[in-house]
Write a protein that binds this ligand. Sequence first.
Ligand code: B1M
Length: 221
Amino acid sequence: MNDASEKIGVCIERGKVNKSSPYPGDMAGQDGADELTVSALEWGVTPDKILSACNIGMQRIGEKFGRNEVFVPELLMSAKAMNAVMTHLKPFFQSGNVKAKGKFVIGTVAGDLHDIGKNLVAMVVEGNGWEVIDLGVDVKPSKFISAVKENSGCIVGLSALLTTTMVNMAKTVSEIKAVYPGTKIIVGGAPLTYDKAVKMGADGYSPDPQGTVEFLNKNLL
Ligand code: B1M
């Protein structure tokens, strides 16, 4: 990893959004995730490299949270810094003027507010030529069902980051399948595994955006 992307990873871990942000105090007045991403892209650092540095930063803040060294406000600042980076990376993952291969309805399941991973999956899928209908976070099964009704032939993607919300994911899969048995559903998110996905009746599982694209392309109607 080079120095520029490493610095961005540190901004994610510390929640340093941009130069004008006074948080964290010891980084006041320094460039943040926002400015450093712009510079890194100008210097030719690849979006993939920047993204993987961000993921390391997120991993580190998550571990600190797990050890009770930081709390929700710190996680929120890291998420804000990550969003600042993603604003600049988005154009690289979206190509535009491509005829859509099909429709992909995605959302984070009920009770779950984590959307960074879901947004990344949505971006990469869109960049690979799919029309993405993003239902957001805390999405109830009924909202997914309405979206399937409105977007005939779509494939559905469910994201969950909490072990507690995997129950809602399983419920969403079974409720969609009860009304639209032919709908293909892929699930993903940190607590998921292939076995858990199969157990809840999903058609696919992916640990990352690229695997999601492969699943979609395989299930192209
Ligand atoms: Co929370 N959080 N959080 N959090 N958070 C985790 C997930 C946690 C592991 C932290 C920890 O304890 N170490 C832990 C969950 C433990 C568990 O259940 N196993 C946790 C907790 C406990 C909580 C709260 C309960 C804390 C509290 O309030 N006491 C609370 C819950 C709120 C709720 O949802 N109801 C909470 C809140 C938050 C914030 C709101 C502050 C913030 C989220 C902000 C946001 O998303 N806008 C937050 C954050 C930032 C995290 C961590 C630090 C980072 C998550 C992240 O964005 N990762 C996280 C710890 C960690 O992951 N290291 C943690 C980066 C992202 C790119 O990766 O989301 O995994 P990820 O997505 C990947 C893959 O999973 C996959 O592709 C993505 C790109 O590679 N993927 C899919 C995701 N969805 C997919 C769908 C697919 C396919 C692939 O197909 C459809």
